[in-house]
Design a protein around this ligand. Structure first.
Ligand SMILES: NC(=O)c1ccc[n+]([C@@H]2O[C@H](COP(=O)([O-])OP(=O)(O)OC[C@H]3O[C@@H](n4cnc5c(N)ncnc54)[C@H](OP(=O)(O)O)[C@@H]3O)[C@@H](O)[C@H]2O)c1
Length: 186
């Protein structure tokens, strides 16, 4: 975080939503946005993790601008619940950062029957963005400035070379049946 540096952008009155906020980059992004004045809704897998992050950012920023919502983004029902929880609190969203991501060392299916890289790294952000489209439009109308959606993914997702690490291949071996319904949203 840019401790001691002046804020160059004033995000007062704006609302941001950051997934994966308890992780490395999400933590920094959430703190920076709060530093710039935005209300920041952080998404954490656990209430405990989110509350700890809220306290940490409030201490660093000197203002309590963080709200916590919980969700397991591997579960589509949870993503929908997350969007509904956000809608209960806010009429508008100005910045959505789909930051959460994970790498798995073996092929795993989530509860919706979707391979977990697809579920967490791709479909969750797609579903969350679509579920909050009205709020993103409302944010743009309110400020006469386009709302933004930032998607973070790893370049390794586009690399199909198999690297043997510890000693499992990475990325995990794809099963073509996963790709027959790449956008399977229940
Ligand atoms: N670090 C890099 O060098 C790099 C490079 C290129 C792209 N990226 C991308 O940038 C993003 C952030 O990277 P990072 O290094 O900061 O990752 P990180 O430290 O591993 O943090 C990942 C975050 O995603 C959350 N997450 C994972 N699975 C989730 C699930 N099922 N439901 C809800 N949250 C979940 C984690 O929550 P928990 O805290 O509960 O685990 C954590 O907050 C990722 O999308 C990554 O692919 C990173």
């Amino acid at each position: 975080m840019s401790d001691g540096l002046p804020a160059t952008v004033d995000l007062s009155g704006r609302v941001s939503l950051v997934t994966g906020a308890t992780g490395g980059m999400g933590r920094v992004v959430a703190a920076e946005l709060a530093h710039l004045g935005s209300t920041v809704v952080v998404v954490s897998r656990t209430a405990h993790g989110g509350d700890a992050l809220r306290t940490e950012i409030a201490d660093r920023v000197g203002a309590d601008r963080v709200e916590v919502l919980t969700a397991d983004l591997a579960v589509q029902a949870d993503v929908r619940r997350l969007a509904a929880g956000f809608a209960e609190r806010h009429d508008a969203l100005h910045l959505l950062v789909n930051n959460a991501g994970a790498h798995y060392r073996q092929r795993l299916l989530g509860p919706d029957g979707v391979e977990l890289h697809l579920a967490v790294n791709h479909l969750a952000g797609f579903l969350l963005t679509n579920s909050l489209l009205e709020h993103l439009h409302a944010g743009a109308r309110a400020t006469s400035t386009p709302s933004r959606v930032v998607n973070l993914v790893s370049a390794t997702m586009g690399d199909t070379r198999q690297l043997k690490i510890l000693p499992r291949p990475r990325p995990v071996t794809l099963n073509p049946t996963d790709l027959s319904h790449p956008a399977r949203l229940n």
